[in-house]
Design a protein around this ligand. Structure first.
Ligand code: PGA
Length: 254
């Protein structure tokens, strides 16, 4: 895993009221006290961001939003700006999750605008990419990933690319219980790092952290984390229970 600092991020999706979010974060905090060699991130829904931010002050947990709009303010009913995320306590934002691409019309072009806006506001983008089952079966995985990386990073400067966290999430593995094998995941991560290297050079590619996502659990994290190009995980279902998420954050111990 080279000497890149691991990131374990929990994407709570459209789960957890503010009350439920508080119960989860309080329990999680207790379970991962003292784990300081991992960047632990939680991404609650918008309505729970400020209450969770308040609870994690001074802890080893950082806050992410699951989405945002690229303008800083304006007449955009229903949208949330980067300034609002910063004021709510976020340091990260998930961008281009496959569910946003699939259900809410996000494209590589909108993802690119969001990555640029996040960087401009000093939010760390968690830039999601991944192929569908049909694309994998048609042997298009690498061409899809290549296009997502190059279009998503279009016109982004090298010193900004270093700050981006990429999340590789094969769509067929999300919420299905089907994880990519350690070798399949490593192969894709290695390819993604090569795409970054072709665009920005080896030194930049070597510092970019690439997370795996798709049915990550405490019993499969260790095998993924020993792969040389896997630097962490973006976790959905297993981040909704404190004990299972803590088991993933503590992958070195368990
Ligand atoms: P999952 O979701 O862990 O439930 O498969 C991952 C994600 O969508 O980020």
């Amino acid at each position: 895993m080279a000497d890149r600092r691991p990131v374990i991020a929990g994407n709570w999706k459209m789960y957890k009221t503010s009350e439920e979010a508080l119960a989860l974060i309080d329990e999680l905090k207790g379970l991962i006290t003292g784990v300081d060699d991992v960047d632990t991130v939680v991404a609650p829904p918008f309505t729970a961001l400020t209450v969770v931010a308040d609870r994690i002050k001074g802890s080893n947990i950082q806050l992410a939003a699951q989405n945002f709009y690229w303008e800083s303010e304006g007449a955009y009913t229903g949208e949330i700006s980067p300034t609002m995320l910063l004021s709510a306590g976020c340091t990260y934002v998930i961008i281009g999750h496959s569910e946003r691409r699939q259900y809410f019309g996000e494209t590589n072009a909108t993802v690119n605008r969001k990555i640029k806006a996040a960087l401009a506001y000093k939010l760390v983008p968690i830039f999601c990419i991944g192929e569908s089952l049909e694309e994998r079966e048609a042997e298009k995985t690498f061409s899809v990933l290549d296009k997502q990386v190059s279009e998503g990073l279009e016109n982004i400067a090298a010193d900004d690319v270093e700050k981006i966290v990429i999340a590789y999430e094969p769509v067929w593995a999300i919420g299905t219980g089907k994880t990519a094998s350690d070798e399949q995941a490593q192969e894709a991560h290695h390819f993604i790092r090569k795409c970054v290297s072709d665009l920005y050079g080896k030194d930049i590619a070597n510092v970019v952290r690439i997370l795996y996502g798709g049915s990550v659990k405490s019993n499969n994290i260790a095998g993924l984390m020993v792969q040389p190009d896997i630097d962490g995980a973006l976790v959905g279902g297993a981040s909704l229970t404190a004990s299972s998420f803590a088991g993933i954050v503590k992958f070195k111990i368990s």
